[in-house]
Write a protein that binds this ligand. Sequence first.
Ligand SMILES: N[C@@H](CCC(=O)N[C@@H](CS)C(=O)NCC(=O)O)C(=O)O
Length: 228
Amino acid sequence: MDYKLYYWDIPFRGNFALLPMVEKGLKFEIIDASEIYPESGLSIVCPGIAPPYLYDCQTENYLNQMPAIMMYLGSKHKLLPKESKSKWEALKIILDCNDILYEITRYHGSKMWSKEDCEKFKTERFPLWLKQFEKLGSVGLDRTSGCFFEGKISVADLAVTALLGAIKWSFPELATYMKEHAPNVLRLVDRVEKRDRIKQFLKAQRKELGKAYCSGEIEDSLRTVIGA
Ligand SMILES: N[C@@H](CCC(=O)N[C@@H](CS)C(=O)NCC(=O)O)C(=O)O
């Protein structure tokens, strides 16, 4: 076993940690986050207050915070761009994705979705993020090929796939915004989702979890207004 990932039965932040492991054919186990959270989250070496937690079976260390986990896996398993500038841009893309997750959960469910707020997200904030990804991809991506950096798959491509692939699957009504504002990025996501190991993984995950996304009252509130 290479890694254990402590997370919930949802794709949301977990897939950001899982896709690098899947892409590289690493051996991992997904363990329900309740095994570690909240009781033991503070007593482990390198404590953290919320899942996902990654446990590296070789070094016997824990790490949490989704962007740190992605960068750790990227650096250990050759999924980071080589150039320094691109490495930092890859981190920036992962952080952008995490910011979008906060917007979607309305900062840990501090507020539920209203119809007006959802409309604003769909027509203003989400398109802004999408246009930004499309611009970032304009050097490396064309209609049929490419990656964000150096013509090679990296954590940046995997992060955007974990984000947009899961949203497209769970909320198909948002795909039209992706097509309109980030067409080449969406094609990248489709290509990454078709890579052998990732395709098998997503097929099994989607069969098991259905359309579940971030779960809880916040997902219920989003589903109530998203198509309205
Ligand atoms: N900044 C953290 C956010 C972690 C987070 O919000 N985790 C969610 C699941 S995606 C959770 O279970 N939160 C419980 C809590 O905040 O107590 C990260 O990026 O990993």
